[in-house]
Design a protein. Structure first.
Length: 239
């Protein structure tokens, strides 16, 4: 079964836009689990423009499913937070400072030694590690050499091509990368711009997918459909 991890960054963005604690991101983390999500994802950035480091600590206390923390391990503060909180999974993303949203995967060949070091650090603390990669078989092969447990396929280009009615073309490179990951014994996650329109097709073509992390589209849909209903609708796409 492919798990759904709900990224609640956009909830924190809404809260921060007004100050105070409305909506309460800790309560939302509790609720999405009760509504059927298999996990909660957060991506604290150095400027804390959405999820704050204090949020991560508070959410950890109430997690009853799976906790996934995304971020750039170039930031020592992020590394320290992950080692302190000990989530079930850390997803390493090569963001630059001030980046609006993640927009590319790791060059696992050029950064192999660095990734080996960081992945080893987190795994020694008992944390499963996933690294963000583009749908490129060479990058998947490089990822396998870093010692990571999983990769997360960056799905923005899939979503863009799917929206342009190029379904077959949109999925080909992802299927090849996913097959390579399976051959090499890597777990497989996916995320970025997956939504109610394109998620089912992605899952049907890559049925061994372990987990998807979805935030922006799911929160946007929840404005119209309600959060509990939306979580269930996304879960159905993964059946």
């Amino acid at each position: 079964m492919t798990k759904l991890s709900v990224n609640i960054n956009k909830i924190a963005t809404l809260r921060n836009s007004r100050g105070g604690n409305n909506p309460d991101v800790v309560k939302v983390a509790m609720d999405v689990q009760q509504f059927g999500a298999d996990g909660v994802t957060v991506h604290p950035r150095p400027d804390e423009r959405h999820i704050r480091y204090s949020d991560v600590r508070e959410i950890r206390k109430i997690i009853v499913t799976e906790f996934n923390i995304e971020g750039n391990c170039n930031e020592q503060r992020f590394v320290d937070l992950v080692l302190e909180v000990k989530p079930d999974q850390v997803t390493l993303v090569p963001d630059t400072l001030g980046q609006l949203t993640s927009d590319h995967g790791w060059d696992t060949i050029r950064n192999k030694d660095y990734l080996k070091e960081m992945i080893g650090l987190f795994k020694s603390a008992g944390i499963r590690v996933s690294i963000f990669v583009d749908p490129d078989e060479k990058m998947v092969e490089g990822a396998a050499e870093t010692g990571t447990d999983r990769i997360e396929l960056y799905t923005e280009s899939y979503a863009r091509e799917f929206a342009a009615s190029n379904q077959d073309g949109s999925i080909k490179t992802y299927m090849a990368a996913a097959k390579k990951a399976r051959e090499l014994g890597l777990g497989l996650n996916a995320g970025h711009d997956l939504d109610l329109q394109n998620l089912k097709y992605f899952k049907e073509n890559i049925p061994w997918l372990d987990e998807v992390s979805i935030g922006h589209a799911l929160v946007s849909d929840a404005i119209y459909l309600g959060l509990e209903n939306t979580v269930q609708l996304y879960k159905r796409q993964l059946m």
